[in-house]
Design a protein around this ligand. Structure first.
Ligand SMILES: [Zn+2]
Ligand SMILES: [Zn+2]
Length: 373
């Protein structure tokens, strides 16, 4: 039995921290609120620290340091390194190494550190309890050359304690004395750490479990606007896994992605530059490819045998027609990209709509022929 559970590889320090902070938050905060109530100051302080630390992870650790989706000056780097440390999610160097490994080997049981194929809890936080693999720090050689990243790597725990657990009670004390300090420690300090951590963990668990896969269904990564609400826009995870160097995760203008809006704003302020965007044609191409593959897989699975009801036959005929048109559009767009021929926005939009029509037709067919799906 002991062979199956690697006790000797438990990461005791990190595991204790995760468990203690969780129980302090779920027990301590209600007791505090029962005795002292909660005022605007406590809520505002919680939100300030939640946004500062959450954005430092998504904008700093993730999109800047891991994916280099834009360039940043010292101010943005330093701010995200300091408040990123206050999220207690390891140093930016270690975090980036794990995350690059995740992208490279996504869904692989052995090499993806938080692979969903090892179960929901493992992907969410189980992997953090163990040290089951050596970190391949060779994949962050570029970050090792950055003195600010290496400074944070050495001192991230001290910085984390000071910014996350000392600063909030100090601000609370200055505002309202001892009871406000205690509230700030529990709410803006401990509870906020737990909340930010689980929001990040959900990207590795729920964003690989619920949602749609409009760009690539060969991986488990999914797009979910609900998850985007809790993760500063990181919920559009299928897009992100398809185009990891794009500074946007919610690539459509209307998609909820406060991280991309902040990066855009910082660019206007001259604090960041060189924002990387995937050209629209390549995004549409991946949508067409995905829908084309799904239609072809469905047609192949039918093998010409369609359910005999008139509705099923008609729907299947429509799918055949639509998928032929889609395959033509796909070929045309692929050629245009290779030969660098410009395609008008209207044409791209029309092709995108034809992919959506195929999607609707597939949904209709699945509802008509549940047994054949
Ligand atoms: Zn992922
Ligand atoms: Zn990523």
């Amino acid at each position: 039995m002991s062979k199956r559970f690697p006790v000797d590889q438990i990461n005791w320090f990190t595991s204790s921290f995760l468990i203690v902070t969780f129980f302090v938050a779920v027990i301590g905060v209600p007791i505090y609120v029962y005795h002292y109530g909660i005022d605007f100051f406590q809520i505002a302080l919680f939100l300030c620290f939640f946004i500062a630390t959450g954005l430092s992870i998504t904008l700093g650790y993730h999109r800047l340091f891991t994916h280099k989706s834009f360039q940043a000056g010292r101010t943005v780097k330093l701010a995200t390194l300091i408040f990123g440390a206050a999220a207690f999610e390891d140093s930016a160097l270690d975090w980036s190494s794990d995350h690059r490994q995740h992208h490279k080997f996504v869904d692989d049981r052995e090499d993806d550190p938080y692979s969903i194929s090892r179960g929901f809890f493992w992907a969410h936080m189980g992997w953090i309890f163990f040290k089951l693999y050596p970190r391949p720090l060779a994949n962050v050689a570029d970050l090792k050359k950055d003195p600010l990243v290496m400074w944070q790597h050495r001192y991230h725990q001290v910085i984390g304690v000071l910014v996350s657990l000392v600063l909030p009670p100090v601000i609370g004390y200055l505002y309202g004395g001892g009871s406000a300090a205690l509230g700030a420690f529990l709410i803006a300090g401990v509870a906020r750490v737990v909340f930010v951590q689980h929001c990040t963990f959900f990207i590795n668990s729920l964003c690989h479990t619920i949602g749609s896969r409009p760009y690539d269904s060969s991986t488990s990564a999914r797009d979910s606007w609900i998850m985007a609400l809790f993760t500063f826009g990181e919920g559009y995870h299928n897009y992100h896994h398809s185009f990891q160097h794009d500074y946007r995760n919610g690539v459509k203008a209307w998609q909820w992605d406060p991280t991309k809006w902040t990066i855009w704003l910082l660019e206007r302020l001259g604090l960041v530059s060189d924002l990387r965007r995937v050209p629209e044609e390549k995004i549409v191409l991946s949508e067409l490819r995905e829908m084309k593959n799904r239609a072809e897989a469905h047609i192949a699975a039918q093998g010409g045998e369609v359910h005999s009801c008139a509705n099923c036959k008609a729907a299947y005929e429509t799918l055949l027609e639509l998928s032929e048109t889609l395959a033509d559009s796909y070929r045309e767009l692929e050629e245009a990209i290779t030969e660098r021929i410009e395609i008008s926005k209207q044409t791209l939009q029309r092709w995108r709509q034809s992919a959506q029509e195929v999607g609707s037709q597939l949904v209709l067919l699945h509802s008509l022929q549940p047994a054949s799906a």
